[in-house]
Design a protein around this ligand. Structure first.
Ligand SMILES: [Zn+2]
Length: 290
């Protein structure tokens, strides 16, 4: 393996280190591991303009790739179950709240939250991909077809489900989130721990590049949150390497798409579910040492 330098590739989005090594390749894109912090990311990271164009349209023209996907109704019950337990204290207070889902897609998380919040609550989403936002709006959901911007709203809870890998600069994203939370507001962050895996083969699926740009490990998620002024209150883990994932990969192989076949229940990959609270003084560092 060769070490690339800044003249060839992008500095690490987490620690700015310019040294990294090849880790995987997919659809002609290189995914590298930072030698300074172990983050995984696509290198070079596409320009902000091309990322924005793809995020808004869901189409990568040169790759004949469509990532608009579909609304997944079963996600509503999935997140209703997760949030009913994880935010039991919020529901118990019975005060109306404002819940914002960032990157809300077709609005399944919003629908889940709507079954739990106290009467009089405001539930709204931000979704830059037009086809998803328009579908959610047509279903009566309160969705803005835009990115979340600083000081747009005063939320009690903000959720960010499976959007980490789409965001080149998560430091900036979390700083924007913080401006939209009330004092002591809560953040729900969910993404995978791909950077905690040693080998590409340990991940039971395709990487989803270039739609996915950055892949964290748990220490990165903790570090990003700490720097942005959040204290972690709970971390839960969900594995996805069961027989269903194996069947999906067999289908992908038959269709000629990227796949990864491995024995079920052997991967260290997990979805990481984090509840965090914005500190009274976001500039006060916590005791976390990376
Ligand atoms: Zn790094």
């Amino acid at each position: 393996m060769t070490t690339k330098t800044q003249t060839q590739v992008t500095p690490c989005p987490y620690c700015s280190c310019v040294n990294h090594k090849e880790w995987a390749e997919e659809l002609g894109f290189s995914v590298v591991r930072c030698e300074g912090c172990d983050l995984l990311f696509i290198s070079p990271i596409p320009s902000q303009e091309s990322v924005d164009q793809a995020v808004r349209s869901g189409i990568y023209k040169t790759l004949d790739l469509n990532v608009t996907a579909k609304r997944i109704p079963r996600k509503i019950e999935k997140y209703r179950k997760i949030f009913r337990i994880l935010f039991a204290d919020v529901w118990k207070d019975s005060f109306p709240i404002t819940w914002v889902d960032v990157g809300c897609g077709y609005g399944e998380v919003l629908e889940a939250v709507s079954t739990l919040v106290p009467a009089g609550s405001l539930i709204c989403g931000y979704e830059p991909m037009t086809v998803k936002a328009e579908k959610a709006i047509s279903m009566g959901l309160h969705v803005t077809n835009e990115y979340l911007t600083p000081h747009s709203i005063e939320a009690d809870v903000i959720s960010a489900v499976d959007i980490f890998s789409h965001i080149p600069d998560f430091h900036s994203f979390l700083s924007i989130v913080a401006t939209n939370l009330r004092v002591n507001g809560l953040l729900y962050l969910e993404t995978g721990n791909l950077a905690d895996l040693n080998r590409r083969i340990d991940f039971p699926g395709e990487l989803g590049v270039p739609d996915h740009l950055v892949f964290a490990g748990e220490k990165h998620l903790r570090g990003y949150l700490d720097r942005a002024g959040f204290d972690i209150e709970s971390v839960d883990y969900v594995r996805i390497d069961g027989f269903l994932e194996l069947c999906k990969n067999i289908v992908k192989r038959l269709l000629g798409r990227p796949f990864s076949l491995q024995v079920p229940y052997t991967s260290k990959y997990r979805q990481v579910l984090i509840r965090a609270r914005l500190r009274n003084d976001p500039n006060r560092p916590s005791a976390i040492v990376l």
